[in-house]
Design a protein around this ligand. Sequence first.
Ligand code: SF4
Length: 364
Amino acid sequence: MQIRRKTTRTVNAGSVPIGGTSPVVLQSMTNTPIDDTEATMTQIERLKNAGAQIVRLAVKNRNSIPHLREIIKQAKLPLVADIHFDYTLALEAIDAGISKIRINPGNIGEEWKVKEVVTAAKQNRIPIRIGVNGGSIDRKKYDHPTPENLVKSAIDHIEILERLDFDDIVISIKSSDIFDTIEANRLMSERRDYPIHLGLTEAGYGLNSIVQSSIAIGNLLLDGIGDTIRVSMTGDPVDEIHAGKKILESLNLRYNPVKIISCPTCGRTSPKLDILSLAMETEAAVLEKFQASLESRNRKIVIAVMGCEVNGPGEASEADFGLAGCQNGKVMIFAKGTKIETVEYGEAMPTLLQLIENTLSGDD
Ligand code: SF4
């Protein structure tokens, strides 16, 4: 199944388009102090290598600006400056060459200050992301951060920019509640066609974040809503990228050359084999040998790693290739559910790799 994405406008964060027909963009945020240029650069590099397409940094005060300049100079992907309240920081970040800023115009103060930021953003073709979450809505105006109030609060900010004839906008509405996040973004996407940045805020750490973010972000993406995503996770932001990438790959919104499927194992599993290790070794070996060639052909292969030879090949008959553990410790190699041969454990990987190679060269 292919998701039918809602049509949004396109904005460009440097070389990365967000919205329109562009693929959903994966992003994260550094958690190193910006003043530690070296640590921040190391983290940006790690994020990029993991698959991040955009990285956001918190710009806290004036002292950060020289560091920001240096980081922009060195970074090999577009950066977003996250700024709260201080319009001069937005102006300085734009002057430093930032690719996008996150600032809420309603928090900047007098209109002439907003105008200055908008003028600089227009001149430099810098999009502005408006970010509203449960903790940032105007409590004098809205008593509770209900989905409707979150959207109204976002529209308050949007209208300030629209009055200044600025439409290079990305919107994010986040809550730590899955249901509110889903409802608010559905409402928002009905009211404006600006690209939407998805995420569940304060999603926790580890498995908690992965499960909750996948439900919130996944549901919206299935609805066709969302142009860029950030999984929020306490800890190393590289884990956010790994999780975000899996969400996009699972929904066929991001190309993945090798998909490994493996059975949960059960009482029938070959007692002589470690199926978890076999699955991980298979993924690593196949990616190492075929990733580049699969990518160049835009081809995807599915490989099954199953715990027994009785049910495994049948259960994984849709997989292009497969391995199944035999009771005697040998490994059965199969393709599309049909047995090719049974080999000793040590021969399983070379045999599988050769089979894939033969198949791919036969396709040429
Ligand atoms: S493939 Fe075999 S070992 Fe794996 S879950 Fe199915 S029956 Fe159990």
